[in-house]
Design a protein around this ligand. Sequence first.
Ligand code: GRG
Length: 300
Amino acid sequence: MGLSADFFDWLKSKQELVNRALEFYVPYLDGQARRLFEAMHYSLMSGGKRLRPILVMAGAEAAGGKPEDVLPAACAIECIHTYSLIHDDLPAMDDDDLRRGKPTCHKAFDEATAILAGDGLLTHAFRLLAHEELADKFPQENLLEGIRLVAEAAGLYGMVAGQMADLLAEGRNVTAEELAFIHRHKTAALIRASVLLGATLVGTGKKEKEALSSYGWNIGHAFQIIDDILDLTADEKTLGKPIGSDLKKKKATYPALFGLEASRAKARSLLEEALSSIAILGDKAKTLADIAYYVLERKL
Ligand code: GRG
């Protein structure tokens, strides 16, 4: 088993769909605050893989829905992801000059604008989750559950808490439990929420949600381990930032704690776990299976 032959064509078409939807659903207003919109769109449209919005669509498909019906929600998740990258790159956090091979938002604009661009994207995400098009298509209780899910994963029960733990861990040795907390909160929570959001909006059973939740945790964790491996092994051009930058900052990473081989083995076993969780969903979860292989095999 592995990636379907046409996976990369499929991925490209979905990335283009997300790009068009982001242009449509995220405003670009002229006038006195134009610089804010320039900064938001600069980061939003600078070549992200669109993994999370594609997972929202694949989650909807796994629940028997149409991927295009959840596009505002998919864009909401990408807005949250982009805000987190903009803020993470700031001098007060990771202090990075490059993201995806281009100057980070605060380098291309300035710190205050980058902070506001992140704030704008985070706030707009919740505007999109309450979008009229979603309200017309899906029951209100599904919408409310989806909003709750995203708020928890992006905020105090997920990414923001994970980022705090990560910053506190910098420069010192962490235990395996501390590292698992960081990965689960900083990275896996939003990835899990993306899959579940699509399925929750469409509506699905408790068992199916549990399967998707387990899939999300496992690919989310694997995604972070692969990210840390790529930071050590990818070539600089592909990575879009200096190699080994996490290692130099003495960041809490899986390869730093367990070594490269054990990290690759852990990512493979998480992938197997993810695949076995979604077996009960049958053919409807084929896209999710492909995405899991992609997470493991990706080169950037
Ligand atoms: C500032 C609240 C706050 C959180 C920041 C996302 C994050 C938390 C920090 C970014 C640094 C980092 C390595 C996070 C782990 C998640 C991760 C691997 C993000 C990069 O995601 P990709 O590879 O990015 O999907 P693209 O460029 O494809 O959009």
